[in-house]
Every structure is written in structure tokens, then in C-alpha cells.
Design a protein around this ligand. Structure first.
Ligand SMILES: C[S@@+](CC[C@H](N)C(=O)[O-])C[C@H]1O[C@@H](n2cnc3c(N)ncnc32)[C@H](O)[C@@H]1O
Length: 275
């Protein structure tokens, strides 16, 4: 089975960024994330000064936009359940379970990361009994860690479901990601309504920013020993691709007009199609 654990550590940096922007909980703080955050401070400062944006801003905007889209679906489908794949140090499960006390929220990640996350969450007081962390490997073709097994084992097939992947799919080569999207779209057809929320990084239009994004992706590939990179030149191309993978409706949302990423809101099963 393919091993994609080499980029698990990048979750630590994102986790610390969320800490700094008030989107997380002290119980999810890690010493390694804190060190990485301090070390990358000058580079982040330079990015902001030169390009007017940086990785930290992008990570915060991404998280906040995914929150907003997810809440929109929860308002439409009050009985929906959530699977957050590759949860890393996301505090979304805790935040949402507080905001929506009846919500079934399952976080999932590779076994080692899932164990660490579950351990950290035992420190959080007043957790919902409907909020849990399970192991998953979205590259597993079958068996208990596979996407299909987690969807079958953890969720009620008579209720709508929202699946989130954040900071995951771009680490895989596009054909590998496409295979996962096809499997997910197929599996989600087993629910009355379903939404899949993921981000993608269209090639930036300004030439300098495009070159910087290319360099950043190359550095990330090197340190994470992954295929991190740009899957699609434009957001429309990404949306068409996800529709081709089996989603019936795909909307594109941008955090800001000049953002480096957009979020795709992909649906199956007679879900509301917004304009
Ligand atoms: C860049 S981190 C993103 C974590 C979090 N969502 C965030 O935005 O910070 C990538 C996450 O994907 C997880 N991951 C890597 N390969 C995976 C796989 N095959 N199946 C599920 N999760 C995986 C890693 O353990 C890590 O938590």
C-alpha cells in the first residue's frame, strides 16, 4: 500500500497558524509546530511584504471559508453528519460540536496522526459524545482503513453527510487524487444528500506570484517527499474535473478576489444547487 505519511508533519505548522489566529484550542498546541512557526516567521514576513499575502494568510482564509461553506450545508441539512479527512490538528470538530450539540462529527487521519489527535482531544473538557477520531488511509483500496469502510462503519446512511478534505489532495499526483475523488463520489451516492468540500490552487495570474508559487511547491515537494503541486490551471477546470469524477454539482468559492486558492463545494444526491 502507498505510504503518504511523509507529509503528516506539515499539519503541525498549520496547527500553530490556527493557534495564532484564534481558530484552535490550547490543547492542540504542539512544541514542534511552535518551533516551525517561529523559524518561518521571516519568510512569511517577506512574502507578505513582496506579494501582499503569505502562507499563513492563505491557511487561515482556507480554514475560515471551509467553515463557512460547511455551516451553510448544516443550515440546509440540520441532521447532516461530518467526516473531516486528514484532520491533522484542526479544531473544527471541537468548535462545530460546541456550536451544534447534536452533530455527529468524525475526524479521520492516518493511524499515527489519528492516535495523537485522539490523545490530545482527551484533554479537551466537555467534548460531545458524538465527536470522535478514527484512523483512515484514503489510498487503501480496501480493508478497515479504506474510505468506504469508514463511511459504512461510522455513519448513518439515511442522513445527509458532509465530507471535508483540507490540505490533503494536492500532495498527491492528479491521477491518484482523481481515483480518490471517483471513489468518494461513488460512495457518497449511498447517502440521501452529500457534499464534499476541498480546496484547490489554480495557477496564479501575476507572473511573479506564479513563479513564487512554483518555487514554494517545489520546496514543499522536497521537504514533504510528496508530489505537492498545482493540479489545475483554473478554478473552472478544477470544477469540471470534479464533475467528471462523478459529482453532480460543483460550486467554486473564493476567500477573497486575489486569493491563492479556491474551495470547491461538490455535491451528489439531489443536493441543493446554488447559482
Ligand atoms: C498538510 S496536513 C493537513 C492537515 C489539516 N487538514 C490541515 O489543514 O492542517 C496533511 C494531513 O494529511 C494526512 N494524510 C496523509 N496521507 C493520508 C492518507 N493517505 N489518508 C488520510 N490522511 C492522510 C496527514 O497525516 C496530515 O494530517
Amino acid at each position: 500500500m502507498a505510504d503518504s505519511s511523509s507529509f503528516s508533519f506539515t499539519a503541525l505548522y498549520t496547527g500553530e497558524t490556527w493557534q495564532a489566529s484564534g481558530l484552535s484550542l490550547p490543547e492542540l498546541r504542539t512544541p514542534a509546530g511552535d518551533v516551525m512557526y517561529r523559524l518561518l516567521g521571516p519568510a512569511e514576513w517577506a512574502g507578505k511584504a513582496i506579494f501582499g499575502t503569505n502562507l499563513r494568510q492563505m491557511l487561515v482564509e482556507r480554514h475560515a471559508l471551509i467553515d463557512r461553506l460547511t455551516i451553510g450545508h448544516l443550515q440546509d441539512w440540520p441532521h447532516a453528519q461530518i467526516l473531516e479527512i486528514a484532520c491533522g490538528l484542526s479544531a473544527r470538530g471541537c468548535r462545530f460540536s460546541r456550536q451544534f450539540p447534536e452533530l455527529r462529527y468524525v475526524e479521520a487521519d492516518l493511524p499515527a496522526m489519528a492516535r495523537n489527535k485522539a490523545r490530545a482531544l482527551t484533554q479537551v473538557s466537555g467534548r460531545s459524545p458524538r465527536h470522535e477520531v478514527v484512523p483512515i488511509d484514503i489510498l487503501a483500496p480496501s480493508g478497515p482503513l479504506s474510505l468506504e469502510s469508514v463511511l459504512t462503519g461510522c455513519f448513518d446512511r439515511t442522513r445527509p453527510i458532509i465530507v471535508i478534505t483540507e490540505g490533503l489532495m494536492n500532495y498527491f499526483p492528479r491521477p491518484v487524487a482523481t481515483h480518490v475523488w471517483r471513489r468518494l463520489a461513488e460512495a457518497l451516492r449511498g447517502f440521501p444528500q452529500a457534499a464534499y468540500i476541498m480546496e484547490t490552487y489554480p495557477a496564479p495570474k501575476p507572473r511573479l506570484l506564479r513563479a513564487a508559487a512554483g518555487l514554494g511547491a517545489a520546496a514543499l515537494r522536497l521537504i514533504s517527499r510528496s508530489h505537492a503541486g498545482i493540479h489545475f490551471r483554473t478554478a473552472d477546470q478544477a470544477a469540471r474535473h470534479l464533475a467528471g469524477a462523478g459529482f453532480e454539482a460543483v460550486d467554486i468559492a473564493w476567500p477573497t478576489d486575489d486569493a491563492l486558492l479556491c474551495v470547491l463545494d461538490c455535491r451528489t444526491g439531489g443536493a441543493r444547487v446554488s447559482g
